[in-house]
Design a protein around this ligand. Sequence first.
Ligand SMILES: [Fe+2]
Length: 196
Amino acid sequence: MYQRPKNLEHFLGVAQTLFQAKTLPDTARRLSAKVFERLEQPSDDGRRNRERFPACELLDSALAALLVDQSNLGVAARAIKTLEPSIGWQRRTSGLNGSDDYVEKHVHGIICGPGGMESRYDVQLGFSLLAPHTRYPDHQHPPEEAYVLLSAGEFRQCEGDWFDPGMGGGLHNAPNSVHAMRSGTTPLVAMWCLLV
Ligand SMILES: [Fe+2]
């Protein structure tokens, strides 16, 4: 029977705290509460995305400042580093308005979800990593989604203005609403979760 690794259990604990922070909109906290409720039940079908992509090499520099930080953001960054060899990586190659080289300059780390460290189909929990000066394409999906930022970064929902929720802040994307994100002069790292 599958037993959840200790480092994953530790990461989930701190991630849950960050997704329940008062700096997030109520809608994001409500969604993530449901995600973490499902995650109380470990589940893994053993499928793994083994391939790494160029943007994976940015993880250390993207997390560098946080790796020595004493807050929960620092705890999360160090926890992600311990998970790195087991993370399932994935990229988006479709969508509108992405910067020219966005495919090479971004990657998603799947921690819980299809092909991730805990490969399952009822929830997704992971993070996005964007190189500096990268604009991720406009996209949408049926599940609503909550984000917590581990760096600076800007987000856009529908036709709204770009906004930066700030480190430790977050946002909520409603079902099927168009959204996008972009980095400035530094890499963007943002954790997300969805109910599937
Ligand atoms: Fe999304």
